[in-house]
Design a protein around this ligand. Structure first.
Ligand SMILES: NC(=O)c1ccc[n+]([C@@H]2O[C@H](COP(=O)([O-])OP(=O)(O)OC[C@H]3O[C@@H](n4cnc5c(N)ncnc54)[C@H](O)[C@@H]3O)[C@@H](O)[C@H]2O)c1
Ligand SMILES: [Zn+2]
Ligand SMILES: [Zn+2]
Length: 372
Protein backbone atom coordinates (compact mmCIF):
# COMPACT_ATOMS: atom_id res chain seq x y z
CA UNK A 1 0.00 0.00 0.00
CA UNK A 2 1.11 3.51 -0.73
CA UNK A 3 0.69 6.70 1.24
CA UNK A 4 -1.49 9.74 0.84
CA UNK A 5 0.68 12.84 0.63
CA UNK A 6 0.18 16.60 0.28
CA UNK A 7 1.74 18.16 -2.77
CA UNK A 8 1.57 21.02 -5.29
CA UNK A 9 0.37 19.83 -8.69
CA UNK A 10 0.66 21.97 -11.84
CA UNK A 11 -2.75 21.61 -13.50
CA UNK A 12 -2.25 23.58 -16.68
CA UNK A 13 0.56 25.43 -18.48
CA UNK A 14 0.45 29.13 -19.30
CA UNK A 15 -2.08 30.51 -16.80
CA UNK A 16 -1.99 34.30 -16.50
CA UNK A 17 -0.15 36.24 -13.85
CA UNK A 18 -0.54 36.90 -11.02
CA UNK A 19 -0.32 33.22 -10.17
CA UNK A 20 -1.57 33.99 -6.66
CA UNK A 21 -4.92 34.61 -8.40
CA UNK A 22 -4.89 32.16 -11.34
CA UNK A 23 -3.45 29.36 -9.14
CA UNK A 24 -1.72 27.10 -11.71
CA UNK A 25 -0.54 24.91 -8.83
CA UNK A 26 -3.13 23.30 -6.59
CA UNK A 27 -2.03 22.06 -3.20
CA UNK A 28 -3.88 18.97 -2.09
CA UNK A 29 -3.85 15.24 -1.58
CA UNK A 30 -2.03 12.94 -3.99
CA UNK A 31 -1.61 9.16 -3.80
CA UNK A 32 1.96 7.88 -3.74
CA UNK A 33 2.64 4.23 -4.58
CA UNK A 34 5.28 2.28 -2.66
CA UNK A 35 8.87 2.41 -3.96
CA UNK A 36 9.61 -0.06 -6.73
CA UNK A 37 12.86 -1.85 -7.50
CA UNK A 38 15.78 0.52 -6.89
CA UNK A 39 13.52 3.25 -5.50
CA UNK A 40 13.19 4.97 -2.14
CA UNK A 41 10.34 6.57 -0.18
CA UNK A 42 11.38 9.92 1.32
CA UNK A 43 9.90 12.17 3.95
CA UNK A 44 10.80 15.59 2.52
CA UNK A 45 11.84 18.42 4.84
CA UNK A 46 12.65 21.36 2.57
CA UNK A 47 12.36 22.35 -1.09
CA UNK A 48 13.58 25.43 -2.96
CA UNK A 49 11.76 27.30 -5.74
CA UNK A 50 13.97 27.39 -8.85
CA UNK A 51 13.40 29.17 -12.14
CA UNK A 52 13.25 25.74 -13.80
CA UNK A 53 9.97 25.14 -11.89
CA UNK A 54 8.65 28.49 -13.10
CA UNK A 55 9.68 27.60 -16.66
CA UNK A 56 7.27 24.65 -16.54
CA UNK A 57 4.50 26.84 -15.11
CA UNK A 58 4.89 29.51 -17.82
CA UNK A 59 5.52 27.05 -20.67
CA UNK A 60 9.12 28.02 -21.51
CA UNK A 61 10.04 24.36 -20.88
CA UNK A 62 7.20 22.15 -22.09
CA UNK A 63 6.46 19.21 -19.79
CA UNK A 64 3.45 16.89 -19.49
CA UNK A 65 0.74 17.88 -16.98
CA UNK A 66 -0.60 17.30 -14.42
CA UNK A 67 2.84 17.33 -12.85
CA UNK A 68 3.85 17.53 -9.20
CA UNK A 69 6.60 20.17 -9.45
CA UNK A 70 9.76 20.73 -7.42
CA UNK A 71 13.27 19.47 -8.07
CA UNK A 72 15.46 20.99 -5.33
CA UNK A 73 14.61 19.02 -2.19
CA UNK A 74 16.02 17.19 0.80
CA UNK A 75 14.63 14.74 3.33
CA UNK A 76 15.12 11.44 5.08
CA UNK A 77 14.71 7.87 3.88
CA UNK A 78 11.50 6.25 5.17
CA UNK A 79 11.39 3.02 3.18
CA UNK A 80 13.54 1.17 0.66
CA UNK A 81 12.36 -0.61 -2.46
CA UNK A 82 13.86 -3.95 -3.45
CA UNK A 83 17.53 -3.97 -4.31
CA UNK A 84 18.54 -0.67 -2.68
CA UNK A 85 21.74 -1.33 -0.78
CA UNK A 86 23.49 2.06 -0.72
CA UNK A 87 20.94 3.73 1.60
CA UNK A 88 19.29 2.94 4.93
CA UNK A 89 16.14 4.09 6.71
CA UNK A 90 16.79 7.41 8.45
CA UNK A 91 19.58 8.50 6.10
CA UNK A 92 19.55 12.20 5.20
CA UNK A 93 19.60 12.73 1.46
CA UNK A 94 19.81 15.44 -1.18
CA UNK A 95 17.74 14.87 -4.29
CA UNK A 96 19.39 15.79 -7.59
CA UNK A 97 17.34 16.69 -10.63
CA UNK A 98 18.90 14.28 -13.09
CA UNK A 99 19.31 10.63 -12.13
CA UNK A 100 22.56 8.98 -13.20
CA UNK A 101 22.22 5.47 -14.57
CA UNK A 102 26.02 5.23 -14.30
CA UNK A 103 26.39 3.21 -17.49
CA UNK A 104 25.34 5.25 -20.53
CA UNK A 105 27.60 7.27 -22.85
CA UNK A 106 26.57 10.44 -20.97
CA UNK A 107 27.42 9.05 -17.54
CA UNK A 108 30.82 7.90 -18.84
CA UNK A 109 31.79 11.55 -19.49
CA UNK A 110 31.99 12.27 -15.72
CA UNK A 111 29.48 15.10 -15.81
CA UNK A 112 30.24 16.79 -19.12
CA UNK A 113 27.21 15.24 -20.78
CA UNK A 114 23.93 14.48 -18.96
CA UNK A 115 22.73 10.89 -18.41
CA UNK A 116 20.82 9.80 -21.53
CA UNK A 117 18.08 7.58 -19.99
CA UNK A 118 17.84 10.06 -17.10
CA UNK A 119 17.16 12.90 -19.55
CA UNK A 120 14.55 10.80 -21.38
CA UNK A 121 12.77 9.94 -18.10
CA UNK A 122 12.79 13.62 -17.08
CA UNK A 123 11.24 14.65 -20.41
CA UNK A 124 8.53 11.98 -20.07
CA UNK A 125 7.80 12.90 -16.45
CA UNK A 126 8.60 9.41 -15.19
CA UNK A 127 11.13 7.93 -12.78
CA UNK A 128 14.31 6.39 -14.22
CA UNK A 129 12.83 2.87 -14.25
CA UNK A 130 9.81 4.21 -16.15
CA UNK A 131 6.28 4.78 -14.91
CA UNK A 132 4.76 7.03 -12.32
CA UNK A 133 4.22 6.49 -8.62
CA UNK A 134 1.92 9.54 -8.26
CA UNK A 135 -1.84 9.56 -8.92
CA UNK A 136 -5.02 11.45 -8.17
CA UNK A 137 -8.44 9.82 -8.48
CA UNK A 138 -6.77 6.86 -10.16
CA UNK A 139 -5.15 9.03 -12.89
CA UNK A 140 -1.37 9.32 -13.10
CA UNK A 141 0.42 12.53 -12.12
CA UNK A 142 3.83 13.16 -13.70
CA UNK A 143 7.08 13.43 -11.76
CA UNK A 144 9.17 16.57 -12.15
CA UNK A 145 12.81 15.81 -12.96
CA UNK A 146 12.63 12.52 -11.08
CA UNK A 147 11.85 14.23 -7.77
CA UNK A 148 8.50 16.11 -7.42
CA UNK A 149 9.77 17.85 -4.34
CA UNK A 150 6.90 20.22 -3.53
CA UNK A 151 5.30 17.57 -1.34
CA UNK A 152 5.46 15.98 2.08
CA UNK A 153 6.84 12.73 0.60
CA UNK A 154 8.34 11.45 -2.62
CA UNK A 155 9.31 8.18 -4.25
CA UNK A 156 12.52 8.63 -6.22
CA UNK A 157 15.10 6.41 -7.83
CA UNK A 158 18.06 5.83 -5.53
CA UNK A 159 20.25 7.03 -8.42
CA UNK A 160 18.71 10.52 -7.93
CA UNK A 161 19.96 10.70 -4.33
CA UNK A 162 23.16 11.60 -2.51
CA UNK A 163 23.51 10.90 1.22
CA UNK A 164 24.62 13.78 3.46
CA UNK A 165 25.52 13.92 7.14
CA UNK A 166 22.65 14.87 9.47
CA UNK A 167 24.35 18.12 10.53
CA UNK A 168 23.44 19.69 7.19
CA UNK A 169 20.16 21.59 7.78
CA UNK A 170 17.31 20.58 5.42
CA UNK A 171 17.14 23.93 3.61
CA UNK A 172 20.89 23.91 2.98
CA UNK A 173 20.71 20.30 1.83
CA UNK A 174 17.88 21.15 -0.58
CA UNK A 175 19.88 24.00 -2.14
CA UNK A 176 22.87 21.74 -2.61
CA UNK A 177 20.77 19.68 -5.04
CA UNK A 178 20.15 22.40 -7.62
CA UNK A 179 21.31 25.98 -6.95
CA UNK A 180 24.69 25.02 -5.50
CA UNK A 181 25.35 21.97 -7.64
CA UNK A 182 24.50 23.97 -10.80
CA UNK A 183 25.99 27.38 -10.02
CA UNK A 184 28.88 26.06 -7.98
CA UNK A 185 29.56 23.24 -10.41
CA UNK A 186 29.63 25.72 -13.30
CA UNK A 187 32.60 27.31 -11.53
CA UNK A 188 34.44 24.26 -10.19
CA UNK A 189 33.93 21.85 -13.08
CA UNK A 190 34.83 24.15 -15.98
CA UNK A 191 37.66 26.63 -15.29
CA UNK A 192 38.37 26.56 -11.55
CA UNK A 193 39.35 30.14 -10.63
CA UNK A 194 43.04 30.93 -10.23
CA UNK A 195 44.38 33.48 -7.71
CA UNK A 196 44.55 36.90 -9.31
CA UNK A 197 41.92 36.09 -11.95
CA UNK A 198 38.41 37.51 -12.32
CA UNK A 199 35.13 35.57 -12.27
CA UNK A 200 31.92 37.26 -13.41
CA UNK A 201 28.37 35.99 -12.91
CA UNK A 202 25.42 37.28 -14.96
CA UNK A 203 22.03 36.66 -13.31
CA UNK A 204 21.83 36.51 -9.52
CA UNK A 205 19.04 34.11 -8.59
CA UNK A 206 19.81 31.06 -6.48
CA UNK A 207 21.97 29.53 -9.21
CA UNK A 208 24.02 32.63 -10.05
CA UNK A 209 24.38 33.66 -6.40
CA UNK A 210 25.69 30.15 -5.63
CA UNK A 211 28.27 30.67 -8.39
CA UNK A 212 29.24 33.98 -6.72
CA UNK A 213 29.63 32.23 -3.34
CA UNK A 214 31.69 29.44 -4.88
CA UNK A 215 34.01 31.90 -6.63
CA UNK A 216 34.39 33.84 -3.36
CA UNK A 217 35.44 30.63 -1.60
CA UNK A 218 38.68 30.89 -3.63
CA UNK A 219 41.37 33.18 -2.26
CA UNK A 220 42.54 36.07 -4.41
CA UNK A 221 39.76 35.86 -6.99
CA UNK A 222 38.09 39.08 -8.11
CA UNK A 223 34.32 38.49 -8.29
CA UNK A 224 32.02 40.61 -10.46
CA UNK A 225 28.23 40.21 -10.12
CA UNK A 226 25.73 41.41 -12.75
CA UNK A 227 21.93 41.68 -12.51
CA UNK A 228 19.23 44.10 -13.61
CA UNK A 229 17.55 44.11 -10.19
CA UNK A 230 19.32 46.53 -7.81
CA UNK A 231 18.35 44.52 -4.71
CA UNK A 232 20.24 41.52 -6.14
CA UNK A 233 23.35 43.64 -6.51
CA UNK A 234 23.03 44.66 -2.85
CA UNK A 235 22.89 40.98 -1.80
CA UNK A 236 25.93 40.16 -3.93
CA UNK A 237 27.87 43.04 -2.41
CA UNK A 238 26.92 41.89 1.10
CA UNK A 239 28.14 38.40 0.26
CA UNK A 240 31.51 39.85 -0.69
CA UNK A 241 31.40 40.45 -4.46
CA UNK A 242 34.14 42.93 -5.33
CA UNK A 243 32.20 44.72 -8.05
CA UNK A 244 28.48 44.80 -8.93
CA UNK A 245 27.07 46.01 -12.24
CA UNK A 246 23.73 46.37 -13.97
CA UNK A 247 23.71 44.93 -17.52
CA UNK A 248 23.77 48.50 -18.87
CA UNK A 249 26.97 49.28 -16.97
CA UNK A 250 28.90 46.28 -18.33
CA UNK A 251 30.21 47.83 -21.53
CA UNK A 252 31.60 50.97 -19.88
CA UNK A 253 33.12 49.02 -16.98
CA UNK A 254 35.60 47.40 -19.39
CA UNK A 255 35.83 44.20 -17.30
CA UNK A 256 37.12 41.08 -19.06
CA UNK A 257 36.98 38.00 -16.83
CA UNK A 258 38.72 34.62 -17.18
CA UNK A 259 35.49 32.82 -16.29
CA UNK A 260 31.96 34.13 -16.81
CA UNK A 261 28.87 32.20 -15.71
CA UNK A 262 25.55 33.08 -17.32
CA UNK A 263 22.71 32.09 -14.95
CA UNK A 264 19.74 34.14 -16.11
CA UNK A 265 18.25 32.14 -18.96
CA UNK A 266 17.77 34.72 -21.66
CA UNK A 267 19.58 35.80 -24.82
CA UNK A 268 20.56 39.27 -23.57
CA UNK A 269 22.19 37.78 -20.48
CA UNK A 270 24.15 35.30 -22.61
CA UNK A 271 25.39 38.10 -24.86
CA UNK A 272 26.41 40.12 -21.81
CA UNK A 273 28.30 37.09 -20.48
CA UNK A 274 30.17 36.66 -23.77
CA UNK A 275 31.05 40.35 -23.81
CA UNK A 276 32.47 40.08 -20.28
CA UNK A 277 34.72 37.15 -21.17
CA UNK A 278 38.38 38.00 -21.57
CA UNK A 279 40.99 36.73 -24.06
CA UNK A 280 41.63 33.04 -23.43
CA UNK A 281 38.63 33.04 -21.11
CA UNK A 282 35.60 30.83 -20.85
CA UNK A 283 31.87 31.60 -20.90
CA UNK A 284 29.76 28.96 -19.14
CA UNK A 285 26.07 29.12 -19.97
CA UNK A 286 23.73 27.53 -17.48
CA UNK A 287 20.45 29.38 -18.07
CA UNK A 288 17.62 27.61 -19.86
CA UNK A 289 15.77 30.00 -22.17
CA UNK A 290 12.91 28.68 -24.35
CA UNK A 291 14.37 26.12 -26.82
CA UNK A 292 13.98 28.42 -29.84
CA UNK A 293 16.23 31.14 -28.32
CA UNK A 294 19.12 32.19 -30.64
CA UNK A 295 22.05 34.46 -29.79
CA UNK A 296 24.41 36.56 -31.89
CA UNK A 297 28.18 36.25 -31.49
CA UNK A 298 31.19 38.23 -32.70
CA UNK A 299 32.97 35.27 -34.34
CA UNK A 300 36.29 36.91 -35.16
CA UNK A 301 36.82 38.04 -31.57
CA UNK A 302 35.98 34.53 -30.37
CA UNK A 303 38.65 33.08 -32.65
CA UNK A 304 41.30 35.78 -32.34
CA UNK A 305 41.03 35.79 -28.56
CA UNK A 306 41.01 32.01 -28.25
CA UNK A 307 37.90 31.98 -26.10
CA UNK A 308 35.70 29.05 -25.10
CA UNK A 309 31.93 28.76 -24.64
CA UNK A 310 30.61 25.83 -22.62
CA UNK A 311 27.04 24.69 -21.99
CA UNK A 312 26.62 23.19 -18.53
CA UNK A 313 23.73 21.11 -17.24
CA UNK A 314 23.61 20.14 -13.55
CA UNK A 315 26.86 22.05 -13.07
CA UNK A 316 28.64 19.47 -15.23
CA UNK A 317 28.66 17.58 -11.95
CA UNK A 318 28.81 14.02 -10.77
CA UNK A 319 26.53 14.59 -7.75
CA UNK A 320 27.94 11.76 -5.61
CA UNK A 321 31.43 13.20 -6.15
CA UNK A 322 30.59 16.91 -5.93
CA UNK A 323 27.93 17.28 -3.21
CA UNK A 324 30.36 16.08 -0.51
CA UNK A 325 32.84 18.74 -1.72
CA UNK A 326 30.20 21.44 -1.32
CA UNK A 327 29.26 20.06 2.12
CA UNK A 328 32.93 20.31 3.18
CA UNK A 329 33.12 23.90 1.89
CA UNK A 330 29.87 24.74 3.75
CA UNK A 331 31.11 23.14 6.98
CA UNK A 332 34.40 25.05 6.80
CA UNK A 333 32.39 28.29 6.68
CA UNK A 334 33.66 29.21 3.22
CA UNK A 335 30.35 28.53 1.44
CA UNK A 336 27.54 30.11 3.51
CA UNK A 337 24.68 28.44 1.63
CA UNK A 338 22.15 29.71 4.23
CA UNK A 339 22.66 33.20 2.86
CA UNK A 340 21.03 32.19 -0.42
CA UNK A 341 17.70 31.73 1.41
CA UNK A 342 15.63 34.87 1.04
CA UNK A 343 12.48 33.52 2.71
CA UNK A 344 10.87 30.38 4.10
CA UNK A 345 7.26 29.83 3.01
CA UNK A 346 4.48 27.28 3.59
CA UNK A 347 3.48 24.95 0.74
CA UNK A 348 0.13 26.76 0.47
CA UNK A 349 1.93 29.96 -0.63
CA UNK A 350 3.57 28.35 -3.65
CA UNK A 351 1.64 30.32 -6.28
CA UNK A 352 2.60 33.65 -4.70
CA UNK A 353 6.15 32.30 -4.49
CA UNK A 354 6.14 31.76 -8.26
CA UNK A 355 5.09 35.42 -8.69
CA UNK A 356 7.99 36.58 -6.52
CA UNK A 357 10.37 34.40 -8.53
CA UNK A 358 9.04 35.74 -11.85
CA UNK A 359 9.52 39.31 -10.60
CA UNK A 360 13.17 38.57 -9.77
CA UNK A 361 12.54 39.48 -6.13
CA UNK A 362 13.92 36.35 -4.44
CA UNK A 363 17.29 34.68 -4.38
CA UNK A 364 15.91 31.38 -3.05
CA UNK A 365 12.52 30.83 -1.41
CA UNK A 366 12.42 27.60 0.55
CA UNK A 367 9.27 25.66 1.46
CA UNK A 368 9.34 24.29 5.00
CA UNK A 369 7.99 20.80 4.33
CA UNK A 370 8.86 19.49 7.77
CA UNK A 371 6.03 21.67 9.06
CA UNK A 372 3.48 20.15 6.64
N1 LIG B 1 21.70 24.18 -16.42
C1 LIG B 1 21.09 23.69 -15.37
O1 LIG B 1 21.32 22.55 -14.97
C2 LIG B 1 20.14 24.54 -14.60
C3 LIG B 1 19.78 24.22 -13.29
C4 LIG B 1 18.96 25.10 -12.58
C5 LIG B 1 18.50 26.24 -13.18
N2 LIG B 1 18.83 26.51 -14.47
C6 LIG B 1 18.42 27.73 -15.14
O2 LIG B 1 19.29 28.75 -14.67
C7 LIG B 1 18.63 30.01 -14.72
C8 LIG B 1 18.71 30.66 -13.36
O3 LIG B 1 17.91 29.95 -12.40
P1 LIG B 1 17.49 30.68 -11.04
O4 LIG B 1 16.56 29.77 -10.34
O5 LIG B 1 18.68 31.18 -10.34
O6 LIG B 1 16.65 31.90 -11.65
P2 LIG B 1 16.10 33.28 -11.00
O7 LIG B 1 14.90 33.65 -11.78
O8 LIG B 1 15.98 33.12 -9.52
O9 LIG B 1 17.31 34.29 -11.27
C9 LIG B 1 17.59 34.81 -12.55
C10 LIG B 1 18.21 36.19 -12.34
O10 LIG B 1 18.66 36.68 -13.60
C11 LIG B 1 18.42 38.08 -13.64
N3 LIG B 1 18.44 38.52 -15.03
C12 LIG B 1 17.47 38.38 -15.96
N4 LIG B 1 17.88 38.91 -17.13
C13 LIG B 1 19.13 39.38 -16.93
C14 LIG B 1 20.09 40.02 -17.76
N5 LIG B 1 19.82 40.28 -19.06
N6 LIG B 1 21.28 40.36 -17.22
C15 LIG B 1 21.56 40.10 -15.93
N7 LIG B 1 20.69 39.50 -15.11
C16 LIG B 1 19.50 39.14 -15.60
C17 LIG B 1 17.11 38.24 -12.90
O11 LIG B 1 16.92 39.57 -12.43
C18 LIG B 1 17.27 37.24 -11.77
O12 LIG B 1 17.86 37.84 -10.63
C19 LIG B 1 17.20 29.69 -15.21
O13 LIG B 1 17.16 29.86 -16.60
C20 LIG B 1 17.04 28.23 -14.83
O14 LIG B 1 16.04 27.60 -15.60
C21 LIG B 1 19.65 25.69 -15.19
ZN1 LIG C 1 16.67 24.07 -10.46
ZN1 LIG D 1 23.44 7.46 -17.65
Amino acid sequence: VGVRIRGAVLEEIGRERPYAVSRPLSVGQVDLAPPGQGEVLLRLHAAGLCHSDLSVVDGSRLRPVPMLLGHEAAGTVEALGAGVTALRRGDHVVATFLPRCGECAGCLTQGVRPCIPGTAANSAGTLLAGGRRLARDGRPVHHHLGISGFATHAVVDARSLVRVDPDVPPAVAALLGCAVLTGGGAVLNTRPPQPGSAVAVVGLGGVGMAAVLTALAHDGVHVVAVDGVPAKLDVARDLGAHMVLSPDQVRDAGIRAALVVEAAGNVRAFETAVELTGPGGCTVTVGLPPPDARASLALTALVAEGRTIIGSYLGSAVPARDIPLFVDLWRSGRLPVERLISSTIPLDDINAGMDALADGLAVRQVIDLAAE
